[in-house]
Write a protein that binds this ligand. Structure first.
Ligand code: ADP
Ligand code: GLC
Length: 485
């Protein structure tokens, strides 16, 4: 019989997205065949979600859920079965994003919003939606992590829960005063429960209560068990022993296919790389770059310290002085936005920036640039290096987390064997980034080398098959040892 998985997430592409979590939560689920897994995803019915889903039917309702009436709606989008938490008080129309207002401040009631999402997750796991009983819950990040606590203290406490950590930096820490309103028994406020450094920790609770903890690459799974990357949780993670593992993300190779991508000016494949030039010209035009033969470097990123954007700001003079051009698509920290806009003004025709979130433009950049810069200080998995490789845009990235696991550095051995797909450099170092840019420019001009690397990346298999098999095996192992089944 199919194994039924309830996935709980705060974002899901193509309905609502602030980063890679949405892509992963919206990925084609482990297909029914060969794994025989049936996934339903629960997420908040934000206004933009309600606008996009079309028909939906109510499958459960609450008179009062954390202070207001709410319903659970069922809908199908892009072949994904969805359950939507429709709570006007918590997820209704607001000026801003899913987690914060227009000035970037977190919504003050985030604890209530995501405790509600998690509590509903546990209700669904316990059979609240007639005709659909989950065998296992898979929660993503701090916004859904409390599902594990509600399951454990709820009506189906034996249901196995997997928690995936997409980024340990976002932990959902709140004042201890919220505890009485969470609806958990007093015993849950303990070291083994939700208590975290004298407050309430949502992610911490999930790490504690989850039967299995996964993160999105093997290297990040190792890193977060060290004080340097553990962000205060490394001790707890080490204590969980074998329950913690890394499973690298895949990408949706249908949505990200350079041969059929409607966002490209000109489609291409490995055998028709000549037509890729149409995208390069479209990029030059869109970003106001002077036409030229030299390499176009790209950045597609949240503009934050994690992503090493300050290192890029420091490296732009070097990049331009060595004949590179740069296109940036990003939004986030206003200081970084300002610094990049200033660099673009200083180097008109060589640097172009769009400070927005623009999904079609992200595709065009991947299809037209030569290299993508990802100097992250830490990177749980990273997806832009995978999209880049599939589209022939070579990643230049910090050797950390998923970047280290998915890029073969163009060192002498890899060049000799013919398996290099990118360049890796020491994380957090401006000098290392500049050296990598110089190295890339030299490889770009070396006859045949760039083209060979481009093809090696395009040939690589970054689809979901292998990782889906690992999730399926993990689900089965938890079900097999669960007394409930
Ligand atoms: P993170 O989730 O930490 O932001 P990832 O590399 O895992 O990093 O995922 C980022 C996702 O967001 C990718 O799909 C990338 O294409 C997309 N993205 C980032 N910034 C932008 C932007 N400004 N416009 C469009 N897409 C963006
Ligand atoms: C997070 C991480 C990123 C990862 C994504 C999807 O946003 O920062 O590295 O790729 O989640 O798992």
């Amino acid at each position: 019989m199919a194994l039924r998985v309830l996935s709980v997430t705060s974002e899901l592409h193509p309905l609502v997205k602030t980063g890679g979590l949405a892509d992963v939560a919206g990925a084609p689920p482990p297909a029914p065949a060969p794994h025989d897994i049936e996934v339903r995803s629960l997420l908040p019915a934000y206004p933009q979600v309600l606008r996009k889903i079309g028909k939906a039917r109510a499958v459960h309702s609450y008179k009062a859920l954390f202070g207001g009436p709410a319903r659970v709606l069922a809908a199908t989008v892009n072949g994904l079965d969805l359950l939507l938490l429709d709570s006007p008080a918590l997820f209704g129309s607001r000026e801003g994003g899913p987690y914060s207002d227009l000035t970037g401040h977190d919504w003050a009631d985030n604890w209530r919003r995501f405790a509600a999402l998690s509590a509903v997750g546990a209700d669904v796991a316990a059979g609240a939606v007639k005709g659909w009983q989950a065998d296992l819950v898979h929660a993503h990040d701090w916004q859904a992590a409390m599902t594990a606590a509600y399951v454990r203290h709820g009506r189906a406490p034996e249901t196995p829960v997997v928690l995936t950590v997409h980024n340990l930096a976002f932990q959902g820490r709140f004042d201890t005063r919220i505890f009485p309103d969470l609806g958990l028994p007093p015993s849950a406020y303990s070291l083994e429960g939700v208590e975290y450094y004298g407050g309430v920790g949502f992610l911490k609770a999930g790490l504690q209560y989850g039967d299995a903890i996964t993160t999105v690459s093997p290297t990040y799974a190792d890193e977060i068990r060290t004080p340097a990357f553990g962000m205060g949780l490394d001790g707890l993670l080490r204590g969980r022993g074998d329950a913690v593992q890394g499973i690298v993300n895949g990408i949706d190779t249908t949505e990200w296919d350079p041969a059929t991508d409607p966002n490209l000016a000109s489609g291409f494949s490995m055998r028709s790389l000549g037509t890729r030039g149409g995208n390069r010209r479209a990029l030059e035009k869109r970003f106001g770059l002077k036409r030229g033969k030299g390499p176009i470097f790209a950045v597609i990123s949240r503009l934050t310290w994690q992503k090493g954007i300050d290192l890029i700001v420091d490296a732009v003079e070097h990049l331009v002085a060595h004949g590179g051009r740069l296109v940036v698509l990003g939004s986030g920290d206003s200081a970084f936005e300002g610094a990049l806009l200033a660099a673009a003004a200083r180097h008109r025709g060589m640097i172009g920036i769009v400070t927005a979130y623009d999904e079609p433009l992200a595709h065009l950049i991947q299809g037209g640039a030569d290299a993508i810069l990802i100097p992250s200080r830490f990177e749980p998995c990273g997806l832009t290096q995978l999209y880049g490789q599939r589209y022939g845009t070579i990643p230049i990235a910090a050797r950390t987390g998923g970047l280290a696991d998915t890029i073969v550095d163009a060192n002498e051995a890899a060049l000799a064997v013919g398996c290099a797909t990118g360049l890796l450099h020491e994380p957090g170092s401006g000098e290392a980034l500049k050296a990598a840019i110089s190295r890339a420019i030299a490889l770009y001009w070396a006859p045949g080398v760039w083209l060979a690397m481009r093809k090696q990346g395009m040939r690589a298999d970054y689809g979901w098959e292998r990782s889906s098999a690992r999730y399926a095996a993990l689900y089965r192992s938890l079900i097999d040892r669960s007394p409930a089944v």
